[in-house]
Structures are given as C-alpha cells and as structure tokens.
Design a protein around this ligand. Sequence first.
Ligand SMILES: [Zn+2]
Length: 196
Amino acid sequence: MKATIIATLDAGNKRKVKGFGILEIDGDLLERQQGQPLDVTRNCRESLPGWSLDILEMGAFDLEGEDADAATEDDTPKLWAFRGHLVKVEGIFRTNEERALLVKEAVWKREKRLDKLVSLERVDEALKDRPGREAIPEKVKVLVWQRAKGRCQKCGSNAKLEYDHIIPISKGGSNTDRNLQILCEFCNRSKGATIE
Ligand SMILES: [Zn+2]
C-alpha cells in the first residue's frame, strides 16, 4: 500500500507524467481537485497516446458508481488526482474510499511539509545574522527553531522573531543550540535592558 506523488500541476501549464506516458493534463484540472480525489487511471488507459485529458470526462467519472467496486482487488497502480497533485497508488484496497484516504494523506503530508519549510525560510530571511558575526550554522538554526516551535520562548508570540544568544557572543557565548533561543523583538530588547 503506497501513495507517491509523481507530479504537481501548475495552473495554465500542461505536463506529461512520467511512467504514464499517455497522460497529459490541463492546468484547469487544478480547480477540479479541491474535493474528493479522482481516479484518472481509467480515463488514461482508454485514451490514445498523446491524448489530452478531457475536463468534461473528468467530471463524468463517478467515484460512487460502478467504478468504485470495479477498482477493488485490482493491484495495478492507479493514478489519482487531488488538489493539483497526481498520486500513484499501489496495493490492494477493499474500497476505493481507502485509496482516496491514502491519496489525501500523501498530499496533506506534502503540503504540511512544504508549509513548514516555507515558514523556516521566512524566519531565516527575517533572522539574518548581523554582519561581522560568525553565522549560526543552518543545522543549529533549524534545531533551535523546531525546539521553540516557531514561537518566542518568553511570550509565545510568532511575530518579529530573532535568534538570541543566551550568553552573548561578546561575553564568550557560542553559536551552539544550547546557547540559542528564539525571542520576539520585544522580549529580546527587554532582556537586553535588564542585563545591561
Ligand atoms: Zn516575546
């Protein structure tokens, strides 16, 4: 039982999907994939090489109908589409609903992972090391960020975050994860005020 995202469709772009050489999908499909995942394998199999997926045909595919039962006990890989992703599903399932669940899981996992990376990237942009200082290693940054769950470790805010050296570099502190925490700008400034 395996679900692999094999392609992501950009609106407006047409893209051929490797391993399913006969498939070419229009970007419009993106908008049709916000709800239930669809099995596009059947449509592809019946098509000719170079055939472009007909949007009307996609709409006509009925997951609740006879195809839902026909697809069980069949372990040939199926191609499903969900939220603009094409997902290859392999294995034997009792119902097509189970396939749909696995497809959704694969897409959600990917989206969650990408969201996380985007927020990490944003923080990284926002938290550029001050010039003249030895940069905090990426690995350490990620570790500290994940440990703090992306929030100020004093007040829990998720705005204007900064990496803070618990013991300042000027006082012999280092760029290790144990000496680093995430603080918002406000907490960082007020911390500075109490120390000095
Ligand atoms: Zn704070």
